[in-house]
Design a protein around this ligand. Structure first.
Ligand code: PBG
Length: 328
Protein backbone atom coordinates (compact mmCIF):
# COMPACT_ATOMS: atom_id res chain seq x y z
CA UNK A 1 0.00 0.00 0.00
CA UNK A 2 1.22 3.50 -0.86
CA UNK A 3 2.06 5.45 2.29
CA UNK A 4 0.34 8.83 2.62
CA UNK A 5 2.66 11.08 4.59
CA UNK A 6 1.73 14.59 5.62
CA UNK A 7 3.83 16.16 2.87
CA UNK A 8 2.31 13.86 0.28
CA UNK A 9 -1.20 14.82 1.31
CA UNK A 10 -0.29 18.49 1.03
CA UNK A 11 0.91 18.14 -2.53
CA UNK A 12 -1.56 15.70 -3.94
CA UNK A 13 -3.51 18.27 -6.00
CA UNK A 14 -2.79 21.60 -7.60
CA UNK A 15 -5.42 23.21 -5.34
CA UNK A 16 -3.84 22.04 -2.09
CA UNK A 17 -0.34 22.87 -3.34
CA UNK A 18 -1.43 26.43 -4.06
CA UNK A 19 -3.29 26.67 -0.76
CA UNK A 20 -0.23 25.69 1.26
CA UNK A 21 2.57 27.48 -0.56
CA UNK A 22 5.07 28.94 1.89
CA UNK A 23 6.36 31.65 -0.42
CA UNK A 24 3.83 34.22 -1.60
CA UNK A 25 4.79 36.80 -4.13
CA UNK A 26 3.18 39.65 -5.99
CA UNK A 27 4.07 41.51 -9.14
CA UNK A 28 4.27 44.58 -6.89
CA UNK A 29 7.59 43.19 -5.66
CA UNK A 30 9.20 43.26 -9.13
CA UNK A 31 11.52 45.91 -10.54
CA UNK A 32 12.40 46.07 -14.22
CA UNK A 33 15.77 47.55 -15.28
CA UNK A 34 15.66 49.77 -18.36
CA UNK A 35 18.51 51.22 -20.43
CA UNK A 36 18.19 54.70 -21.83
CA UNK A 37 20.70 56.03 -24.34
CA UNK A 38 21.24 59.38 -25.92
CA UNK A 39 19.56 60.06 -29.26
CA UNK A 40 16.07 60.21 -30.72
CA UNK A 41 13.55 57.62 -31.77
CA UNK A 42 15.76 54.72 -30.73
CA UNK A 43 14.35 51.31 -29.89
CA UNK A 44 17.12 48.80 -30.44
CA UNK A 45 17.82 45.29 -29.23
CA UNK A 46 20.63 44.88 -26.71
CA UNK A 47 23.14 42.62 -28.44
CA UNK A 48 24.40 41.04 -25.22
CA UNK A 49 20.95 40.51 -23.71
CA UNK A 50 18.45 38.63 -25.78
CA UNK A 51 14.99 40.23 -25.85
CA UNK A 52 16.08 43.35 -23.91
CA UNK A 53 15.82 46.78 -25.49
CA UNK A 54 17.71 50.02 -25.40
CA UNK A 55 15.58 53.14 -25.67
CA UNK A 56 16.19 56.84 -26.05
CA UNK A 57 14.56 59.28 -23.64
CA UNK A 58 11.74 59.95 -26.11
CA UNK A 59 10.85 56.26 -26.62
CA UNK A 60 11.43 54.78 -23.17
CA UNK A 61 7.75 55.30 -22.33
CA UNK A 62 7.02 52.41 -24.70
CA UNK A 63 9.19 50.08 -22.63
CA UNK A 64 7.48 51.22 -19.47
CA UNK A 65 4.05 50.90 -21.05
CA UNK A 66 4.54 47.29 -22.09
CA UNK A 67 5.91 46.30 -18.67
CA UNK A 68 3.02 48.12 -16.95
CA UNK A 69 0.56 46.18 -19.05
CA UNK A 70 2.21 42.94 -17.90
CA UNK A 71 1.72 44.09 -14.28
CA UNK A 72 5.13 45.56 -13.42
CA UNK A 73 4.98 48.90 -11.62
CA UNK A 74 8.57 49.74 -10.69
CA UNK A 75 11.54 50.51 -12.90
CA UNK A 76 15.28 50.95 -12.46
CA UNK A 77 16.78 53.33 -14.99
CA UNK A 78 20.33 53.18 -16.33
CA UNK A 79 21.75 55.88 -18.61
CA UNK A 80 24.09 55.45 -21.56
CA UNK A 81 25.50 58.83 -22.56
CA UNK A 82 26.86 59.67 -26.00
CA UNK A 83 30.04 61.18 -24.60
CA UNK A 84 31.94 59.86 -21.64
CA UNK A 85 34.65 61.82 -19.82
CA UNK A 86 37.04 61.46 -16.90
CA UNK A 87 34.61 62.92 -14.37
CA UNK A 88 31.39 61.28 -15.61
CA UNK A 89 29.69 64.62 -16.14
CA UNK A 90 26.76 63.03 -18.00
CA UNK A 91 25.67 61.45 -14.72
CA UNK A 92 24.74 64.75 -13.07
CA UNK A 93 23.95 66.88 -16.13
CA UNK A 94 20.57 68.61 -15.90
CA UNK A 95 19.76 67.38 -19.41
CA UNK A 96 21.48 63.99 -19.05
CA UNK A 97 19.77 60.95 -20.54
CA UNK A 98 18.30 59.68 -17.29
CA UNK A 99 17.12 63.16 -16.32
CA UNK A 100 15.37 63.55 -19.69
CA UNK A 101 13.84 60.09 -19.43
CA UNK A 102 12.55 60.84 -15.92
CA UNK A 103 10.83 64.03 -17.05
CA UNK A 104 9.20 62.29 -19.99
CA UNK A 105 8.10 59.30 -17.93
CA UNK A 106 6.64 61.42 -15.13
CA UNK A 107 4.70 63.37 -17.70
CA UNK A 108 3.42 60.22 -19.39
CA UNK A 109 2.62 58.10 -16.33
CA UNK A 110 2.57 60.39 -13.27
CA UNK A 111 2.56 57.99 -10.32
CA UNK A 112 1.53 54.89 -12.24
CA UNK A 113 5.19 54.03 -12.79
CA UNK A 114 7.55 54.08 -9.81
CA UNK A 115 10.93 55.29 -11.02
CA UNK A 116 14.18 54.28 -9.37
CA UNK A 117 17.51 55.45 -10.75
CA UNK A 118 20.92 53.86 -10.69
CA UNK A 119 23.39 56.33 -9.20
CA UNK A 120 26.91 55.50 -10.35
CA UNK A 121 29.60 57.03 -12.55
CA UNK A 122 30.78 53.94 -14.45
CA UNK A 123 28.40 54.34 -17.38
CA UNK A 124 29.55 57.96 -17.74
CA UNK A 125 33.33 57.78 -17.25
CA UNK A 126 35.70 57.17 -20.17
CA UNK A 127 37.80 54.89 -17.95
CA UNK A 128 34.71 52.86 -16.94
CA UNK A 129 35.33 52.99 -13.20
CA UNK A 130 32.62 53.85 -10.69
CA UNK A 131 34.56 56.79 -9.24
CA UNK A 132 37.15 59.43 -10.02
CA UNK A 133 40.64 58.18 -10.77
CA UNK A 134 43.77 59.40 -9.02
CA UNK A 135 46.88 57.68 -10.37
CA UNK A 136 45.69 54.11 -10.93
CA UNK A 137 43.27 54.15 -8.00
CA UNK A 138 39.62 55.03 -7.62
CA UNK A 139 39.43 57.97 -5.23
CA UNK A 140 36.56 57.39 -2.84
CA UNK A 141 36.11 60.78 -1.21
CA UNK A 142 36.29 63.04 -4.26
CA UNK A 143 33.66 60.83 -5.92
CA UNK A 144 31.06 61.39 -3.20
CA UNK A 145 29.99 64.95 -4.14
CA UNK A 146 29.48 63.83 -7.74
CA UNK A 147 27.28 60.94 -6.66
CA UNK A 148 25.34 63.31 -4.42
CA UNK A 149 24.89 65.74 -7.32
CA UNK A 150 23.69 62.85 -9.49
CA UNK A 151 21.10 61.79 -6.94
CA UNK A 152 19.82 65.35 -6.50
CA UNK A 153 19.56 65.89 -10.25
CA UNK A 154 17.56 62.65 -10.54
CA UNK A 155 15.22 63.72 -7.76
CA UNK A 156 14.75 67.12 -9.40
CA UNK A 157 13.84 65.38 -12.67
CA UNK A 158 11.24 63.18 -10.97
CA UNK A 159 12.96 60.08 -9.56
CA UNK A 160 10.92 58.38 -6.82
CA UNK A 161 13.91 56.56 -5.34
CA UNK A 162 17.67 56.50 -5.91
CA UNK A 163 19.89 53.42 -5.93
CA UNK A 164 23.62 54.08 -5.50
CA UNK A 165 25.57 51.16 -6.99
CA UNK A 166 29.15 52.41 -6.99
CA UNK A 167 30.22 50.92 -3.64
CA UNK A 168 32.08 54.04 -2.50
CA UNK A 169 32.25 54.23 1.29
CA UNK A 170 29.93 56.83 2.86
CA UNK A 171 27.81 57.10 -0.29
CA UNK A 172 24.55 56.67 1.56
CA UNK A 173 25.21 59.42 4.12
CA UNK A 174 26.44 61.77 1.37
CA UNK A 175 23.33 61.18 -0.69
CA UNK A 176 21.03 61.45 2.31
CA UNK A 177 22.34 64.85 3.37
CA UNK A 178 22.39 66.20 -0.19
CA UNK A 179 18.83 65.02 -0.81
CA UNK A 180 17.64 66.45 2.51
CA UNK A 181 19.41 69.78 1.93
CA UNK A 182 17.61 70.08 -1.39
CA UNK A 183 14.17 69.33 -0.01
CA UNK A 184 14.01 65.67 -1.04
CA UNK A 185 13.51 64.28 2.45
CA UNK A 186 10.89 61.86 1.16
CA UNK A 187 13.09 60.19 -1.48
CA UNK A 188 14.24 56.76 -0.23
CA UNK A 189 17.72 55.38 -0.84
CA UNK A 190 18.02 51.78 -1.96
CA UNK A 191 21.67 50.98 -1.46
CA UNK A 192 23.61 48.30 -3.27
CA UNK A 193 25.04 47.39 0.11
CA UNK A 194 26.27 43.90 -0.66
CA UNK A 195 27.56 43.97 -4.20
CA UNK A 196 30.10 41.38 -5.17
CA UNK A 197 32.85 41.82 -7.76
CA UNK A 198 31.10 39.42 -10.09
CA UNK A 199 31.66 38.00 -13.55
CA UNK A 200 27.86 37.88 -13.84
CA UNK A 201 27.78 41.59 -14.76
CA UNK A 202 29.44 40.93 -18.14
CA UNK A 203 26.43 41.39 -20.45
CA UNK A 204 25.43 44.58 -18.61
CA UNK A 205 28.89 46.06 -19.12
CA UNK A 206 28.66 45.26 -22.82
CA UNK A 207 25.23 46.90 -22.92
CA UNK A 208 26.42 49.97 -21.01
CA UNK A 209 29.92 50.11 -22.46
CA UNK A 210 31.02 50.35 -18.84
CA UNK A 211 33.74 47.72 -18.54
CA UNK A 212 36.73 49.20 -16.70
CA UNK A 213 39.41 50.22 -19.19
CA UNK A 214 42.15 49.16 -16.78
CA UNK A 215 42.19 47.05 -13.64
CA UNK A 216 38.96 45.70 -12.18
CA UNK A 217 36.43 46.61 -9.51
CA UNK A 218 37.84 44.41 -6.78
CA UNK A 219 39.06 47.39 -4.77
CA UNK A 220 35.50 48.55 -4.18
CA UNK A 221 33.22 45.59 -4.89
CA UNK A 222 33.19 42.61 -2.54
CA UNK A 223 35.17 39.38 -2.67
CA UNK A 224 32.81 36.46 -3.13
CA UNK A 225 34.69 34.43 -0.55
CA UNK A 226 33.22 36.68 2.15
CA UNK A 227 29.82 36.70 3.77
CA UNK A 228 30.39 38.36 7.15
CA UNK A 229 31.77 41.34 5.24
CA UNK A 230 28.39 41.62 3.51
CA UNK A 231 26.65 41.86 6.87
CA UNK A 232 29.13 44.53 7.97
CA UNK A 233 28.59 46.58 4.83
CA UNK A 234 24.82 46.31 5.02
CA UNK A 235 24.97 47.42 8.65
CA UNK A 236 27.13 50.41 7.69
CA UNK A 237 24.69 51.47 4.97
CA UNK A 238 21.74 51.13 7.34
CA UNK A 239 23.57 53.23 9.92
CA UNK A 240 24.12 55.87 7.23
CA UNK A 241 20.42 55.97 6.45
CA UNK A 242 19.69 53.40 3.73
CA UNK A 243 15.96 52.67 3.49
CA UNK A 244 16.29 49.48 1.47
CA UNK A 245 19.32 47.38 0.68
CA UNK A 246 20.30 45.35 -2.38
CA UNK A 247 22.16 42.07 -2.53
CA UNK A 248 23.71 41.39 -5.91
CA UNK A 249 24.01 39.08 -7.84
CA UNK A 250 21.01 37.00 -6.74
CA UNK A 251 21.33 33.25 -7.34
CA UNK A 252 25.01 33.08 -6.38
CA UNK A 253 24.13 34.98 -3.18
CA UNK A 254 21.12 33.13 -1.80
CA UNK A 255 23.02 32.60 1.46
CA UNK A 256 23.69 36.33 1.74
CA UNK A 257 20.06 37.18 1.04
CA UNK A 258 19.03 34.68 3.68
CA UNK A 259 21.43 36.05 6.28
CA UNK A 260 20.47 39.63 5.47
CA UNK A 261 16.81 38.73 5.98
CA UNK A 262 17.66 37.25 9.38
CA UNK A 263 19.83 40.14 10.50
CA UNK A 264 17.99 43.19 9.26
CA UNK A 265 14.46 44.43 9.45
CA UNK A 266 14.23 46.64 6.41
CA UNK A 267 13.28 45.66 2.85
CA UNK A 268 15.81 43.55 1.00
CA UNK A 269 16.02 43.61 -2.77
CA UNK A 270 17.90 40.98 -4.75
CA UNK A 271 19.24 41.92 -8.16
CA UNK A 272 19.13 39.04 -10.61
CA UNK A 273 21.80 40.43 -12.90
CA UNK A 274 22.54 40.37 -16.61
CA UNK A 275 24.68 37.22 -16.51
CA UNK A 276 22.00 35.26 -14.69
CA UNK A 277 19.52 36.33 -17.34
CA UNK A 278 21.90 35.59 -20.20
CA UNK A 279 22.63 32.09 -18.92
CA UNK A 280 18.96 31.18 -18.84
CA UNK A 281 18.41 32.65 -22.30
CA UNK A 282 21.44 30.91 -23.79
CA UNK A 283 20.68 27.52 -22.26
CA UNK A 284 17.07 27.78 -23.37
CA UNK A 285 17.95 28.74 -26.91
CA UNK A 286 20.34 25.79 -27.05
CA UNK A 287 17.36 23.61 -26.14
CA UNK A 288 18.92 22.58 -22.84
CA UNK A 289 16.38 23.92 -20.38
CA UNK A 290 12.78 25.10 -20.28
CA UNK A 291 13.14 28.89 -20.07
CA UNK A 292 9.78 29.56 -18.46
CA UNK A 293 10.16 26.94 -15.76
CA UNK A 294 13.74 27.92 -14.94
CA UNK A 295 12.74 31.58 -14.79
CA UNK A 296 9.91 30.79 -12.36
CA UNK A 297 11.97 28.49 -10.16
CA UNK A 298 14.93 30.89 -9.97
CA UNK A 299 12.73 33.82 -9.02
CA UNK A 300 10.96 31.91 -6.28
CA UNK A 301 14.31 30.69 -4.93
CA UNK A 302 15.34 34.31 -4.42
CA UNK A 303 12.12 35.23 -2.64
CA UNK A 304 12.22 32.01 -0.61
CA UNK A 305 15.73 32.91 0.54
CA UNK A 306 14.24 36.03 2.10
CA UNK A 307 14.25 38.79 -0.50
CA UNK A 308 11.26 41.13 -0.45
CA UNK A 309 11.91 42.65 -3.86
CA UNK A 310 13.29 41.11 -7.04
CA UNK A 311 15.03 43.25 -9.64
CA UNK A 312 14.97 41.20 -12.84
CA UNK A 313 15.17 41.43 -16.61
CA UNK A 314 12.41 38.80 -16.55
CA UNK A 315 10.10 41.17 -14.63
CA UNK A 316 7.33 41.22 -17.28
CA UNK A 317 7.09 37.47 -17.91
CA UNK A 318 7.33 36.91 -14.14
CA UNK A 319 4.43 39.28 -13.56
CA UNK A 320 2.43 37.30 -16.09
CA UNK A 321 3.42 34.00 -14.43
CA UNK A 322 2.22 35.40 -11.10
CA UNK A 323 -1.06 36.58 -12.56
CA UNK A 324 -1.66 33.12 -14.03
CA UNK A 325 -0.94 31.51 -10.67
CA UNK A 326 1.99 29.47 -11.99
CA UNK A 327 3.98 31.05 -9.17
CA UNK A 328 3.09 33.25 -6.27
C1 PBG B 1 26.94 50.00 -12.07
C2 PBG B 1 26.13 48.76 -12.15
C3 PBG B 1 26.47 47.50 -12.69
C4 PBG B 1 25.34 46.72 -12.62
C5 PBG B 1 24.35 47.47 -12.01
N1 PBG B 1 24.86 48.73 -11.71
C6 PBG B 1 27.72 47.07 -13.34
C7 PBG B 1 28.93 46.86 -12.55
O1 PBG B 1 29.00 47.01 -11.34
O2 PBG B 1 29.92 46.56 -13.23
C8 PBG B 1 25.21 45.32 -13.13
C9 PBG B 1 23.84 44.90 -13.46
C10 PBG B 1 23.73 43.66 -14.27
O3 PBG B 1 24.71 42.95 -14.54
O4 PBG B 1 22.60 43.35 -14.65
N2 PBG B 1 27.90 50.05 -11.10
Amino acid sequence: MQMETRTRRLRSTDAVRRLTRETRVSADALVYPLFVREGHGIIEPLPSMDNQTRYSADTVAQGVESALSAGVRSFLLFGLPEKKDAVGSGAYAVDGVVQQALRNLKQAFADDAYLITDVCLCEYTDHGHCGLIKGQQVDNDSTLPLLAATAVSHAEAGADMVAPSGMMDKTVSSLRSALDDNGFLHIPIMSYAAKYASAFYGPFRDAAGSAPQFGDRKAYQMDYHNSREAIRRIQADIDEGADLIIVKPALPCLDIINQAADWFNLPIAAYSVSGEYAMVKAAASAGLIDEYKVMCESAIAVWRAGANILISYFASPLAVAISKGDIG
